[in-house]
Design a protein around this ligand. Structure first.
Ligand code: DHB
Length: 497
């Protein structure tokens, strides 16, 4: 299909009222952002506070200086459809788009393809939109790197519109959770990278820059080719897994428990994968603020582990002082995570002074059996993400290919694996990397190893980028739970001089 990209002039004046709160905005909805779309999801909506059309200010911002907040709704590497101001189902509070409008940001909600684009699916991940089940076209055109190609095409389209709609395209801030957090991190790490040029040309993206100013990433499920060994670095020795899968049905979302004991062969692989982690970690050359090298010995012990422990202590102390999560973030906390109730924390004179690592790991529990991401039977969402139009699923680590239980299984192309990993772009240093980063990973989040977001944060910090990293105590796999703080951060980095 071929469409002509226009400067949008038609809009609907809308008001959204939630409890005592109200936002009035112009909605420019369902605009194609590329000239040769391959899927109906490739549209975006722009929401602009009406005040900006009356020469008014909201906080420090006016129509020229308002930051552009660009959240995505990707979860589980599924398609992420357009969202609009309204209620967030999980928190039952105003969603990020509503709150961002209220705060004076121009909001852009982008629809991006995902691993199941082209077929119906009952898959559902916490954080993704319930939406419909998809359409059966038989054309699997949403696999890697489609989601980041679409996000980039949308960013380029916004630059094409600069000056015609309020908002400053030099202040684009992406936001996402989990696979959507990975997408936000990719947008931040791979700005203008030539790796995406052919994909962007294929969908007829406009010829503009696609770098962004800042990336907000909640529990980003990224660095997939190293996530299995990082997972076992944390969880080897824990042989029971506790997971709840979600499925869409006609009657809404149902929860399907998936709990079990790992087989002797999985346990063996767990230890083999754990042994691979130190050499990966060590070659990154990470350091702390004092310049100490954050390495690990062959047993997985050393300064990096001490550093992770320190971050956990910092998180526990923060919660002990404020009880902010316990009192204001109940919806996002793991039951039984109250800081005073953790027997593996040592309290001295009103402070948390030590943490028993093994007991902490036992408490948060393993969620996924080994290998956590590159499943030997190709059954993980990530395996499907690395499929393409002709091959349904692929491995993305030599380890799982070698141990694969599927005959004739393939390894994804290394170039495609790279396009999905923000860390590869940060290491390479050839792309335009966002100046500002905000990364959050809850202390009770077991969807990926705590090492994974820490590597991202440390690497960026070591390379001189501005990084705000926290491990909020008790929080599980979730995002958007601290929007007031997120917006304060955005205001700090964006406030007009
Ligand atoms: C998500 C969660 C996972 O555990 C995973 O492997 C991939 C994606 C998610 O919630 O988006």
């Amino acid at each position: 299909m071929s469409v002509k990209l226009n400067i949008p002039t038609e809009y609907t004046l809308k008001t959204c009222e939630l409890d005592e709160r109200k936002v009035t905005y112009r909605a420019f909805e369902n605009l194609w952002y590329c000239e040769k779309p391959v899927d109906p999801i490739q549209k975006l909506s722009i929401y602009v506070p009406e005040a900006y059309y009356h020469a008014e200010k909201i906080g420090p911002y006016d129509q020229h200086t308002a930051p552009i907040f660009m959240p995505n709704t990707v979860g589980g590497y599924l398609p992420g459809p357009i969202d609009k101001p309204g209620i967030d189902k999980r928190s039952k509070q105003a969603n990020s788009i509503f709150q961002a409008l209220e705060h004076g940001y121009v909001d852009v909600s982008v629809g991006v393809r995902g691993r199941t684009s082209g077929k119906k699916t009952t898959d559902f991940f916490v954080g993704s939109k319930e939406g419909d089940l998809g359409t059966e076209t038989g054309k699997m055109i949403g696999r890697a790197p489609a989601f980041i190609v679409d996000y980039k095409a949308a960013i380029r389209y916004l630059r094409y519109l600069q000056g015609t709609i309020p908002g400053d395209t030099n202040r684009i801030i992406t936001n996402g959770t989990s696979a959507g957090g990975a997408l936000s991190a990719l947008a931040g790490a791979s700005g203008n990278s030539p790796d995406f040029t052919p994909y962007l040309a294929q969908i007829g993206a406009v010829n503009e820059r696609d770098d962004i100013f800042a990336a907000s990433c909640y529990c980003p499920i990224h660095n997939l080719e190293n996530a299995d060994s990082a997972y076992e670095w944390l969880f080897a020795g824990q042989n029971d897994y506790y997971r709840t899968k979600h499925q869409r049905t006609e009657h809404g979302i149902i929860r399907v428990p998936d709990t079990g004991h790992m087989t002797p062969s999985q346990i063996k692989l767990s230890h083999e994968l754990k042994a691979l982690f130190p050499s990966y970690l060590n070659q990154l050359g990470l350091t702390d603020d004092k310049g100490t090298k954050l390495t690990l010995n062959k047993q997985g012990e050393g300064p990096f582990k001490d550093f992770v422990k320190e971050q956990l202590l910092r998180s526990a102390n923060q919660e002990l002082q404020t009880h902010e999560n316990e009192t204001t973030r109940q919806n996002w906390l793991t039951n039984g995570s109250q800081v005073e109730q953790q027997p593996y924390l040592i309290f001295t004179a009103g402070k948390v002074t030590a943490l028993n690592w093994d007991e902490f790991v036992k408490k948060i529990t393993r969620m996924k059996a080994t290998p956590a991401f590159d499943a030997l039977d190709l059954s993980s969402p990530e395996n499907e993400e690395f499929g393409d139009e002709t091959v349904e699923r692929r491995h993305f680590t030599p380890f799982s290919l070698q141990h694969s239980s599927v005959s004739n299984s393939e390894l994804a192309d290394e170039k495609i694996i790279k396009t999905l990993n923000p860390v590869s772009y940060i290491c390479e240093g050839t792309a335009t990397i966002a100046k500002h980063w905000r990364i959050r990973h809850g202390s009770f989040d077991r969807d990926t190893s705590l090492a994974i977001p820490l590597i991202l944060a440390l690497l960026l910090k070591n390379k001189g980028y501005d990084v705000d990293f926290e491990i909020p105590w008790g929080v599980n796999h979730a995002g958007d739970y601290d929007l007031a703080e997120l917006f304060s951060w955005i205001d700090e980095i964006c406030a007009p001089a």
